[in-house]
Write a protein that binds this ligand. Structure first.
Ligand SMILES: Cc1cc2nc3c(=O)[nH]c(=O)nc-3n(C[C@H](O)[C@H](O)[C@H](O)COP(=O)(O)OP(=O)(O)OC[C@H]3O[C@@H](n4cnc5c(N)ncnc54)[C@H](O)[C@@H]3O)c2cc1C
Length: 390
């Protein structure tokens, strides 16, 4: 068994492995075929308290560090499962935790920790702005005790399975702000109310994708958001969500490490068992080397994931490390996916081996939550001091 993380949080890892054993490949395969939500799995993770790992004990969570959450998600993916249906329940609340008022924390965090309230949708991406988040055009205009929001989000994952959504919207026109990072604000939207009735202000439309990810388009038409649902300062929303984005990247990187473990192990076992030309295919260096290389890549990425998590936990700047961890881990898992599929030959394409499903799932992380090109541009500009390219 390959283990990139040595023995950090062994009891948590053991517990997650035991839980995931009840959700084998056949479970994920059936959901994938129907593009159905893994309700029973999410319920089990919630009941076991894993999704409340990062919520402080005073608000009903376990108060664990980010690296413990990383261990949980790595194990989910190493088991052959996928955390995409619920991983955001762990970290989306971080914006409230770090920037919300005491009243907001008391109102939402204990309910989220108990699993009675789902906050696992985060509306940032829009059709016209793409990666250029600061050009987003969804607006929220103050009117008395409310903000009136209008616009459209895309790729808002899990919105159908979330009670609340974190919404990033423009409260001051781009032309009127001094610094480009200003003028955006972050709100908690109650999707239960906003989607109710005949002509609701929020309409959620699922997008069918190559993986089972419950992602959607969200249309917002004159949505009234109570002013007390503004998190932090008006106009500073982009700053408020940035540290949450670092947490997300580190946790996604951990999922990639779990995927890499699954692919390497699955390929290794198959390579040792499958006999062609009278010997195990794993005896051929052409089969061994890509698996060994992917293993080495994943080991290296694991060190970067750990470094990024350590900085995050110490409250230190970790933008570059979180981005590099996500990039390196997503490339390592993809190298492992390639090696695993190739090792399986034609059987890699058969659904019952789970390789093709995991292969499709692993590809996402070079695009979302941020694409590799944008990470390279960040490193070039902010770490290496090269000219801004966009
Ligand atoms: C399954 C899925 C789930 C998602 N979930 C969410 C979610 O829950 N919430 C949310 O807000 N978003 C979500 N996203 C959106 C995701 O974050 C974006 O797709 C991603 O950031 C890329 O943005 P884009 O698709 O608009 O690509 P674009 O910005 O259109 O870019 C297209 C390509 O051009 C490249 N490119 C663009 N500009 C440059 C440049 N200056 N230099 C070099 N290359 C460049 C990009 O790297 C990319 O490869 C999800 C996406 C998917 C597919």
């Amino acid at each position: 068994m390959t283990d990139f993380s040595e023995s950090d949080f062994p009891e948590i890892r053991q517990g997650v492995r035991a839980l995931c054993a009840d959700f084998p490949g056949a479970y994920w395969r059936a959901l994938d075929r129907d593009r159905a939500y893994p309700k029973a799995f999410v319920e089990a993770l919630t009941q076991a308290g894993y999704l409340a790992a990062l919520i402080p004990e005073e608000y009903g969570g376990s108060g664990l560090p980010l690296s413990a959450a990383a261990a949980i998600l790595e194990e989910v993916h190493a088991s052959g499962g996928n955390g995409g249906a619920c991983h955001a329940q762990m970290y989306t609340m971080g914006t409230i935790l770090r920037h919300g008022s005491e009243a907001q924390k008391k109102e939402w965090l204990p309910e989220i920790a108990a699993g009675r309230l789902r906050l696992q949708a985060f509306g940032v991406s829009e059709p016209s702005s793409g990666t250029d988040t600061l050009s987003l055009t969804t607006t929220a205009r103050r009117e008395g005790g409310h903000y009136i929001a209008n616009g459209q989000k895309v790729w808002t994952s899990r919105a159908e399975y979330s009670d609340l959504m974190l919404l990033l919207a423009r409260t001051t026109a781009k032309e009127e702000v001094k610094h480009k990072g200003e003028g955006l604000s972050v709100f908690v939207v109650d999707l239960r109310e906003a989607t109710r009735g005949e002509n609701p202000p929020v309409t959620i439309r699922p997008i069918r994708t190559m993986i089972n990810h419950a992602t959607t388009e969200v249309f917002i038409d004159n949505l009234r958001v109570p002013a007390e649902n503004l998190i932090g300062e008006e106009g500073r929303g982009f700053r408020h969500v940035l540290d949450g984005m670092n947490a997300e990247r580190i946790l996604i990187a951990a999922e990639c490490l779990g995927d890499a473990r699954w692919f390497v192990d699955t390929a290794r076992v198959y390579a040792c068992e499958r006999r062609v030309f009278g010997r195990a295919i794993g005896q051929n260096q052409g089969i061994q080397f890509p698996i060994a290389r992917a293993y080495a890549q994943a080991q290296a990425a694991a060190l970067m994931v750990r470094q990024a998590a350590t900085l995050f936990e110490a409250g230190q700047p970790c933008g570059a490390e979180a981005n590099m961890a996500k990039m390196l881990a997503s490339e390592a898992s993809w190298a492992a996916a390639e090696a695993c599929l190739q090792t399986h030959g034609g059987y890699g394409f058969a659904e019952e081996y789970d390789v093709e499903r995991k292969y499709r799932e692993a590809r996402l992380y070079q695009v979302a939550p941020i694409s590799t090109n944008l990470i390279l541009a960040h490193i070039a500009e902010h770490v290496l001091g090269m000219p801004r390219s966009y």
